[in-house]
Design a protein around this ligand. Sequence first.
Ligand SMILES: Nc1ncnc2c1ncn2[C@@H]1O[C@H](COP(=O)(O)OP(=O)(O)OP(=O)(O)O)[C@@H](O)[C@H]1O
Ligand SMILES: [Mg+2]
Length: 358
Amino acid sequence: MSESISREAVEAGVGAVTDPELGRPLQELGMLHQVELTGSDVGITIELPTLAYPGQQRLAEAAEAAARKTSAEINKITVSFVQTTRGKQSGGDIGLRVKNIIAVGSGKGGVGKSTIAASLAYGLKHFGASVGLMDADVYGPSIPHLVGVSGNPAIKEVATPDGRTVERMLPKDAGGVKVMSIGFMVPAEQAVIWRGPMLHKALMQFLAQTDWGELDYLIVDMPPGTGDVALTLSQAVGIAGAVVVCTPQQVALLDAVKAIGMFGQVKIPVLGMVENMSGDIFGRGGTRAKAEEMGVPFLGEVPAIADIREKGDAGQIAALFDEGCAARDPLLHVCQRTAIEVARQVVDQPTMPQLDIL
Ligand SMILES: Nc1ncnc2c1ncn2[C@@H]1O[C@H](COP(=O)(O)OP(=O)(O)OP(=O)(O)O)[C@@H](O)[C@H]1O
Ligand SMILES: [Mg+2]
């Protein structure tokens, strides 16, 4: 072993590498997991903050270059990765074991919130995360239809830590994603007008009395417009952040601006904006420009394609991630950008904000 190769020097060198996604040094992010010397070979292990991390290749190259600089005598450098899902354990006081709750909303109906929410769930699962999908659209639950599951949820008796037995609803398994919707209990055509306390109670039951198990991500499909649901959620549990969906159409964008303001009021950080049905008759690119103007991350464009509507109608949103499907790459990109913004929130704001407006 050579005298001039130092583990400390490699650690310092690689630790100073800026993570291409989070824009901070690996050391500061706690991502440098291990440096090992074997003779004149160096092994570097980096811990990625999400399974959906997009920049592995670039990061490996940067780490290798930084290690190489520390000594001319280094022979082989191997960079390997371990992956975890970082999270704020945002279960609140109601016993949820969910690392990150992601709300999907918009100011306007029909822009594709539910489609994007379901796609986020399957896309994050595609990367290996454990994912739940909760339909909080109590006015028009469409998740059961999109993912092809229906019927009353089964009830299970669960023992609590203090020795009681309580009943919990089991979410339905839809292709590996745990799904819960008000639509499982109320027929879709029976439009229920939930208001104030009723709505709050229904949502709380959903969150607290569903046996979600341990999840990396819980995706929540929000109803359009009003802040009631957002307020209830952010009071009850910590939300990692919100994804705001809009179409390129100007009116939808104005609504998205309102939605961003609404999330701000209830202290839910905005993870970013998605342009859905991009390239439709309404054009393309408006969302990116608006996101830049508002200083909000842009999470990607999802084109208007028949496949998305057809798979949604057939209850097969999961199939959008099949090889060769035109929606696959744009959707995976949105999932990766969202996962990175969630990880950024965890780093920037390790504790949940306190709501003081009530
Ligand atoms: N990228 C897309 N390309 C083609 N069709 C799409 C796309 N995104 C969504 N759709 C279709 O647009 C319709 C509305 O989508 P979705 O139900 O997801 O919107 P929403 O915002 O959740 O609506 P609501 O406000 O009623 O809850 C659906 O028929 C869906 O299949
Ligand atoms: Mg919807």
